[in-house]
Design a protein around this ligand. Structure first.
Ligand code: MN
Length: 231
């Protein structure tokens, strides 16, 4: 098919144990999915529900690639997250069908322009400019499900320049992975290639140019991101 300008490249993520890559369809995210993080953001987890938002697929950054400090913020925050990678989709999936859609898992960072998010929240506006910006979704290589070891109950951590900032367990999630996939499928038709960032535990904080961020989930893998000078 002739296109009026060169097509943009398909975003892809490496897969552990093969040279074949995972082609990214959409990136969905869950907010407010760990009680301690809801509390550190000033909320009450007994009175709020997890929320869904999304990022563009080309916001993906693969492991060990630099990220430029983004425009329009003075308060860039990290959020370490378990990332679910889908090989099938559908609508109105039950928990068992949702589980069967999972290709594997990765470790991600949901970068957030926290100052813009605070403005959006105060004005009742959408979170897009706070969440869906360029290079806002670094993710590790995806590990196929058969090789993952109990990621639903695993230590999740993040350090900045080797100082530990986040240290929690994925079993503290308010919505577990099958529940997330099932509930998302009541709003969107999920498809092979979808990635879902499942929310962050407490300990989020700001990073600066020159910082080295490492995030990991036991039994799954690690992600490294260096923050470079921006435009
Ligand atoms: Mn997040």
């Amino acid at each position: 098919m002739e296109t009026v300008f060169a097509s943009h490249q398909q975003a892809v993520v490496p897969v552990v144990g093969t040279t074949a890559v995972f082609p990214v369809h959409r990136i969905y995210c869950v907010g407010q999915n760990y009680g301690a993080h809801v509390r550190e953001m000033g909320g009450d987890p007994t009175k709020t529900q997890p929320v869904f938002f999304s990022k563009p697929s080309d916001a993906i950054v693969i492991n060990d690639s630099p990220v430029s400090y983004p425009m329009a913020t003075a308060n860039l925050h990290f959020e370490a997250e378990l990332v679910v990678a889908l090989k099938h989709g559908g609508v109105r999936l039950d928990a068992e069908q949702a589980q069967a859609c999972i290709f594997g898992y990765g470790v991600g960072v949901d970068f957030t322009r926290r100052d813009l998010q605070a403005n959006c929240k105060a004005k009742g506006q959408p979170w897009d400019i706070a969440k869906g910006f360029d290079q806002s979704a670094p993710v590790s290589a995806i590990k196929p499900l058969a090789d993952c070891n109990n990621v639903g109950s695993a230590r999740i951590w993040l350090s900045v320049d080797d100082v530990l900032k986040q240290d929690a367990n994925t079993d503290d999630m308010i919505l577990d992975v099958p529940s997330i996939v099932a509930e998302l499928s009541t709003y969107f038709e999920l498809k092979a290639g979808d990635l879902i960032f499942t929310g962050t535990p407490s300990g989020v904080d700001a990073v600066s140019v020159g910082n080295c961020i490492r995030a990991g989930i036991d039994g799954l893998g690690e992600l490294k991101v260096n923050i470079m000078e921006g435009e």
